[in-house]
Design a protein around this ligand. Structure first.
Ligand code: SF4
Length: 501
């Protein structure tokens, strides 16, 4: 392994002393002049006795040893990092600081040997103007029309985007809300993003829709009501899954769903089971046999529709086909709502106690649903000047990442890299360390980012060779307390080869 070059201390990489003990912070374009004992506008930097200090500790993550050995929880200011095994420690960008303008090398460029390969990890905090979160809300309830504005405290912070299977999707943040509107819109958007990324609840409202409280990893709360169940599938899928189990216990099943309402005897599943047609026609537009679109309007009722009375979706019952005594089940796609009826002499559905065998299948729907959760994925573009802190020839870094030769992580968490140009990444915020995100008042979001690659490749990319150091040396020169978190074993170890799709 090559001998590391002694790197300058992090504190010398940013900040400039001015008169009267004032320090100018140059970690972002705001360039705060900070008086002694005070913090800058973002609270991330402070002037401690004339020195510019990052107010949050750098975060390292350490893998547990095979025998279950303990993970060091915290290291004091006088700690020199010696107790860390470099083979099991990963220095994250959390608390690393930024080196604006970006032609300066990143705060940490750390060399280590892993599995016989000399590697380098470039560690920094990125300032992202082009960023936001994609929110997946596991519910079939209608939150609002597609493209409708999503607001926090009256300011538009995003919009409803295309629904996914069993989930409603929101796009929150993005450069237009952060910097393209009013100052208030930008600040409210920034604050909402920070809370969402920190796993805190954020109350939102959708124009022409409903209110929802979103919290990463927690159940959504729609109009004050916590969601419990994600639907098992659309109405047609529910018919397909449970048709055999209903056979013999009911004569017709209607699964109410805002997307596709399924009608068992007409559906291919019922036909395969040779079920007798029931002659019950539901409202809406017929897609294919037994599959109906738009049986009602979207809403918070049965199956994501606006109906509270499921019988209201029955358009007609054909007297030439239906028969008195016909057993009819109406259910939602989550099994939360179900109504069992028997047709009387006039072929009118009359609610009746649900037989145990039918109840068991409805309960089986409930057993097959997944808990309703909110997922928050931070999405950002790192293809700009941030790259100059890594290499003097940025396009080589971009290409190396696209080829899979350089791994990108955010706080050690795996990042999904979008194909095509740039370095556009997405990461699940719940897989990142606590306190990963910050902001600067431009406004923009600050997030950790690390690039890990073979040292030999780093040099070929035009990397800052003179700033490569070891982990222990970096921590010794840091001269500040560091935080050591346990490595999340569900995150891939960044020093393992990148998996190519
Ligand atoms: S906003 Fe924060 S990072 Fe930017 S100059 Fe001020 S203290 Fe430094």
């Amino acid at each position: 392994m090559n001998e590391p070059v002694m790197a300058p201390p992090r504190s010398q990489k940013f900040g400039a002393a001015e008169g009267e003990g004032i320090v100018r912070c140059d970690a972002c374009p705001v360039l705060c002049r900070i008086r002694p004992g005070r913090a800058g506008a973002c609270s991330r930097y402070a002037n401690i006795e004339g020195q510019l200090v990052r107010t949050d500790p750098v975060v390292l993550m350490q893998r547990a040893v095979a025998d279950g050995g303990r993970v060091v929880e915290f290291a004091g200011a006088d700690w020199d990092g010696q107790m860390l095994d470099p083979a099991r420690a990963f220095l994250t960008g959390v608390g690393a600081g930024t080196t604006y303008p970006d032609y300066k090398p990143a705060p940490f460029i750390v060399a280590a040997e892993h599995a016989g390969v000399d590697t380098v990890t470039v560690v920094t905090e990125g300032i992202f103007s082009y960023c936001g979160v994609k929110v997946k809300i596991d519910t079939d309830r209608h939150l609002g029309p597609e493209t409708a504005p999503v607001r926090v405290n009256g300011e538009q912070v995003g919009h409803v985007t295309t629904a996914e299977y069993g989930s409603q999707m929101l796009s929150i943040g993005g450069v237009r809300h952060l910097t393209g509107g009013s100052k208030k819109e930008g600040n409210v958007t920034c604050e909402a993003l920070l809370k969402l990324c920190a796993g805190e609840p954020v109350a939102m409202s959708v124009d022409g829709g409903h209110s929802v409280v979103v919290e990463a990893g927690a159940a959504p709360v729609v109009d004050g009501r916590p969601e419990e169940r994600m639907r098992v599938g659309c109405g047609s899928a529910t018919i397909g899954i449970f048709a055999k189990q209903w056979e013999g216990h009911v004569d017709e099943v209607i699964v109410v769903d805002d997307h596709i309402t399924g009608v068992l005897t007409e559906h291919q599943a019922g036909r395969c089971l040779d079920m007798r047609p029931a002659g019950i026609r539901v409202r809406g537009r017929k897609s294919t046999p037994g599959r109906y679109f738009q049986v009602a309007s979207p809403g918070l009722g049965w199956g994501g529709t606006d109906i509270a009375d499921p019988l209201s979706i029955i358009q007609k019952i054909d007297p030439a086909v239906a028969w008195p005594g016909l057993r009819l089940l109406l259910t939602s796609t989550t099994g939360e709502d179900a109504l069992y009826c028997v047709l009387d002499e006039n072929l009118r559905p009359v609610p009746a106690p649900i037989p145990q065998a039918v109840r068991a299948v409805v309960d089986r729907i409930g057993e097959n649903v997944e808990p309703s959760l909110c997922s928050v994925l931070f999405m950002a573009g790192a293809g700009g000047s941030l790259r100059a802190g890594v290499t003097e020839n940025p396009v080589l870094l971009t290409r190396s990442i696209a080829r899979g030769d350089t791994r990108v992580t955010l706080g050690g968490a795996p990042a999904y890299l979008w194909p095509g140009g740039g370095i556009t990444v997405m990461v699940d915020v719940t897989r990142m360390p606590k306190g990963s995100f910050g902001y600067v008042p431009t406004p923009a979001i600050v997030a950790p980012i690390e690039f890990t690659l073979p040292r030999e490749l780093y040099l070929r990319l035009g990397g800052h060779a003179g700033d490569i150091t070891t982990l222990a040396e970096a921590l010794r020169q840091l001269g500040e307390p560091a935080r050591v978190d346990a490595w999340r074993e569900d995150n891939p170890w960044p020093f393992e080869p990148v998996e190519r799709p």
